[in-house]
Design a protein around this ligand. Structure first.
Ligand SMILES: *[C@@H]1O[C@H](CO)[C@@H](O)[C@H](O)[C@H]1NC(C)=O
Ligand SMILES: *[C@@H]1O[C@H](CO)[C@@H](O)[C@H](O)[C@H]1NC(C)=O
Length: 299
């Protein structure tokens, strides 16, 4: 009888701990990159499994932009980024499991899109933003396409034709974070997405206020990135005006010096984290993720 009683107690204790843990684990939202989808077992699928394995009871939502995997992949090239952000904002608001807050992990363009979510969509609250190879000052060049994507090649053609041409700007996702250092004024005037979230035209105080609600903003750069030009965009730097080979860092930028987004203040409080991986775009090992991201920011 005593033994049974002990076992029962143990069971209650274990199940209580388990419940507390699963209740306490902050949910995670993933946003995939260009050419990828929510549910590819080799990319987001494996990240989701890793997170679920490392964090007991965690709810992980890998965003699907569209109603199936094919649409999701296509929308990563052809859906207006502002519309994607609006759509995701609605999805997050209607997901009951996220109402107490969530951590966000964006891969490649998903990194800047989730930053737009932090700035424009404060409810439910985002706690930590992890940008894995996100391009916070945009790109100038798409050196190659992932896989043999024909949509991606079409996108490259359109960008060459003119990223700031209104039709292209509104219909090609990559045009919306295309940043031409030889035409800074055009970029500032016509970029409907990146120039807006980076406060290049006017200052939207709520963007700054909302971004500062984050506990941490983590930016991961790939030191051998052959996909993102320039790779320093992954740390919020970019090419200097009029140059395609000299770059500036976040700390040297107007956005930081004038604190247009509150990044300087966040930096002073230790809320910005600049991490790097010695490999090509998105080549990241489970061990690296566990040691540098999961254990430090997600548990
Ligand atoms: C600032 O951004 C919010 C969220 O996107 C938007 O609702 C608001 O109209 C913007 N304010 C200005 C002055 O543009
Ligand atoms: C960048 O290119 C210009 C023109 O070709 C050259 O004069 C300059 O030295 C280069 N700068 C760097 C840092 O490579």
């Amino acid at each position: 009888m005593k033994k049974l009683w002990n076992t029962l107690c143990l069971l209650i204790i274990v199940s209580t701990i388990y419940k507390v843990e699963s209740k306490d684990a902050t949910p995670i939202v993933l946003w995939h990159g260009m050419g990828d989808s929510c549910c590819n077992p080799l990319s987001m699928g494996s990240i989701k499994s890793l997170l679920e394995k490392q964090i007991t009871g965690v709810y992980v939502r890998s965003l699907e932009i569209g109603s199936n995997v094919i649409e999701d992949t296509e929308n990563g090239f052809l859906m207006n980024a502002n519309d994607q952000v609006d759509l995701v904002c609605k999805k997050l608001k209607s997901d009951k499991k996220l109402e107490n807050g969530y951590n966000a992990m964006g891969f490649s363009q998903g990194g800047q899109f989730l930053r737009a979510i932090a700035q424009r969509c404060p409810t439910p609250p985002m706690k930590n933003l992890i940008s894995i190879g996100g391009q916070h000052q945009g790109v100038y060049g798409i050196p190659h396409c992932p896989g043999k994507s024909s949509i991606c090649n079409y996108v490259r053609k359109m960008l060459n034709y003119g990223a700031y041409v209104s039709f292209i700007q509104n219909h090609i996702t990559q045009a919306e974070y295309w940043h031409d250092p030889l035409n800074e004024d055009e970029y500032k005037k016509y970029s409907i997405f990146l120039a807006d979230i980076n406060q290049e035209r006017k200052i939207n105080e709520s963007y700054k206020e909302n971004l500062q609600k984050l506990n941490n903003f983590v930016m991961v750069m790939f030191n051998k990135d052959t996909m993102v030009q320039p790779k320093i965009s992954e740390w919020f730097g970019f090419y200097k005006r009029g140059s395609v080979n000299e770059t500036f860092t976040l700390k040297e930028s107007d956005i930081y010096i004038q604190d247009k987004l509150g990044l300087k203040e966040m930096d002073n409080k230790g809320q910005l984290h600049f991490l790097s991986v010695e490999d090509d775009h998105l080549r990241i090992s489970d061990t690296w993720l566990i040691n540098n991201i999961i254990d430090k920011f997600l548990i």
